[in-house]
Ligand binder design. Structure first.
Ligand SMILES: Nc1ncnc2c1[nH]c(=O)n2[C@H]1C[C@H](O)[C@@H](COP(=O)(O)OP(=O)(O)OP(=O)(O)O)O1
Length: 161
């Protein structure tokens, strides 16, 4: 997809990432365990065998914060690579401002609304400050991020369409 990037990955994991919006707020969750613990992020996870991207996104949203949305739409596709890890994370980013329920803390995530003027980028994945503003502006985007560990980006590309 990106001419300048040579990937060293040999397999691919498909993930979803959902950002729910309400007026000028977005909903993030503090990841309590596992991969990305201690970071604010959208809601999502691995797409299970037999599931569509949309089904997986809806399931993860409900499992992680008890919200339901039948109006999720895909706005972004990001490939995350971690140096030395043979797995490329193909992450589908979806959003909606139509949902049912109130966000509730779960075993995995502690949800909290943030104003788009006060997003806690310093406690989020480093790449988020590049692509999340595009989502907030209503853009569609494709990206690639190469990380070294969790706290350093070696290379990235981001394009809007
Ligand atoms: N680099 C980066 N920036 C922003 N967001 C992410 C990454 N890497 C990622 O994996 N993510 C997102 C994509 C997913 O929404 C989550 C990771 O999901 P994970 O918790 O590993 O998947 P689950 O299926 O929920 O895992 P278990 O419940 O099986 O532990 O972060």
């Amino acid at each position: 997809m990106y001419s300048g990037v040579v990937r060293s990955t040999t397999s691919r994991k498909v993930l979803t990432l959902v950002i729910i919006r309400k007026g000028s707020d977005i909903l993030l969750g503090m990841k309590k365990r596992g991969f990305g613990a201690g970071k604010w992020n959208g809601f999502g996870g691995k797409v299970e065998p037999g599931e569509t991207i949309l089904e997986a996104a809806k399931r993860e949203l409900q499992e992680e914060c008890h919200l339901r949305s039948d109006s999720l739409r895909e706005v972004g596709l990001i490939e995350f690579e971690f140096k030395g890890d043979p797995v490329l994370e193909e992450t589908h980013v979806l959003t909606s401002d139509v949902f049912e329920g109130e966000p509730k803390e779960t075993e995995e995530m502690r949800p909290q609304w943030f104003s788009i003027d006060n997003i806690p980028y310093h406690q989020m994945w480093l790449g988020d400050k590049y692509w999340l503003p595009l989502l907030i502006q209503g853009e569609q985007f494709k990206g690639y991020f190469l990380f070294e560990g969790e706290e350093k980006i070696l290379n990235y590309e981001l394009k809007t369409s």
